[in-house]
Design a protein. Structure first.
Length: 339
């Protein structure tokens, strides 16, 4: 079991040192602490057959896997986050969800990812090679960014099993059994997603996979001002009509999805104190807008106020990103299934 620890004793460069170590062991991510002088985090990780399993404990932190991190070459993989203690907010594949203890979420390492950790957060991470996950869960991209709640299906079983396996690894689980238990864990994860999202209204796996591919392309090129349904169809070798068809189940058009995601990203930066010195136009143009009046009008339509009023309101609120309940003891995850 490997250990990585960061606290005030590492000096001013502690966050950068942590980022380099985390990238080498899990995935390239940028940890940006809300209060850098208080940054403290611990990572314990180990291989479990083809998987990488890690327990992360952190103070209040923002974690991003953006363009710089995505540019680094790495093996195609997926990440599963299981919340053990505290609350996290996850932005991925156009979804923004809040995770409470026992909840879990699947993320594509090839797509942008933003995590906001409340204080005293404990999370279990699974890094799974794409080919390995797809052998158990076909078209995993269809489920990215969609939370599984602890109270639904067999999610609690997944959390309990993953925590138990991590504890066994800490105690010294024999290599003879690791491949077998990893496969069993992946089967339970696949079952959890099948139970949670199997409804008659779901598209076929082919159409769902195509839709997820389109969303991934949009997320990766959201800053491109030339991004449009026509450019997407051409790049993915789809007809415009087929593109509209695969997006039909999303209750919004491709153009509406692009606009919504750009506005959401602009709103996030406008509310971020670190971007206080940047103009609205600079932020908007950085996310693909090429007209300031159009940005202001569409922003007001979505958020019911102009961008400047939105910034003032959020900064006055202290830019609190989500609710802050008291930390929940890790034993709740173990007991979730029985409850």
């Amino acid at each position: 079991m490997n250990q990585l620890h960061s606290d005030d004793r590492l000096g001013p460069s502690r966050v950068a040192a942590w980022n380099r170590s985390f990238a080498a062991r899990i995935a390239a991510m940028d940890f940006s602490c809300v209060r850098a002088e208080r940054f403290a985090a611990t990572l314990s990780d180990s291989d479990l057959g083809p998987l990488r399993i890690a327990r992360l404990m952190s103070t209040q932190t923002i974690v991003e896997r953006g363009a710089v991190q995505l540019a680094a070459r790495s093996e195609p993989a997926y990440l599963i986050l299981i919340q053990l203690m505290g609350v996290s907010e996850v932005g991925h594949y156009g979804h923004v969800v809040t995770l409470a203890p026992g909840d879990m979420i699947l993320c594509d390492a090839a797509a942008p990812l933003r995590l906001t950790f409340d204080d005293a957060v404990e999370t279990l991470l699974l890094r799974i090679p794409a080919a390995t996950l797809k052998a158990h869960l076909p078209s995993p991209e269809c489920f990215c960014g969609r939370a599984l709640r602890a109270s639904e299906g067999v999610t609690a079983t997944v959390a309990t099993m993953a925590v138990s396996l991590f504890d066994h690894l800490e105690a010294g689980l024999s290599l003879h059994y690791q491949e077998r238990v990893a496969r069993h864990l992946l089967d339970v994860i696949a079952t959890a997603y099948a139970l949670a999202f199997h409804t008659p209204e779901l598209h076929s796996s082919i159409v769902s996979g195509r839709c997820a591919t389109v969303k991934l392309y949009i997320e990766q090129h959201l800053r491109d001002p030339d991004l449009s349904p026509c450019s997407i169809a051409a790049r993915l070798k789809l007809s415009p009509r087929y593109l509209r068809m695969v997006f039909a189940g999303e209750n919004e058009t491709v153009s509406a999805y692009i606009l919504r995601r750009r506005l959401e990203q602009c709103a996030r930066q406008i509310a971020d104190p670190a971007w206080r010195g940047h103009s609205m136009t600079e932020i908007a143009f950085g996310w693909g807008f090429n007209s300031a009046p159009h940005f202001t009008r569409t922003f007001r339509d979505r958020f019911a106020m102009p961008p400047r009023d939105y910034r003032r309101l959020k900064l006055e609120e202290g830019a609190v990103p989500f609710r802050r309940p008291l930390p929940v003891d890790r034993e709740r995850v173990r007991d979730a299934q029985a409850a």
